[in-house]
Design a protein around this ligand. Structure first.
Ligand code: ZN
Length: 105
């Protein structure tokens, strides 16, 4: 194999395995709560915010998904602590939101 292609492949795999997912769209918690409540009319902003804060706290504490990847805060607030892939079944986020604080790390 062409050494350049091999290097690119290795780097790609490394990024995947490290779980550093960069294709999330960062959003502030307040903006996400507004969006969430708008698309889920029965939900209470205070409860949504509390669930997100709890998930973000676990993220910051380094609580991993069962597969070892960092958790996806927005998804974890809804369905329990898990990474994007385990929650959605998709390999990579595609314009999915993540709380800004969880994107910085
Ligand atoms: Zn996972």
């Amino acid at each position: 194999m062409d050494p350049v292609i091999a290097a690119v492949n290795v780097r790609g795999k490394h990024q995947e395995r490290g779980g550093t997912v960069l294709s999330f769209v960062p959003i502030s918690m307040e903006d996400f709560v507004k969006k969430y409540v708008a698309s889920n009319p029965g939900s209470k902003p205070a409860e949504v915010r509390e669930r997100l804060k709890a998930a973000l706290k676990d993220f910051n504490a380094g609580v991993p998904c069962r597969c070892g990847n960092p958790i996806w805060v927005i998804g974890s607030a809804e369905v329990g602590r898990a990474c994007f892939t385990c929650i959605t079944g998709e390999a990579m986020p595609d314009r999915d939101y993540e709380i800004r604080e969880a994107c910085i790390k």
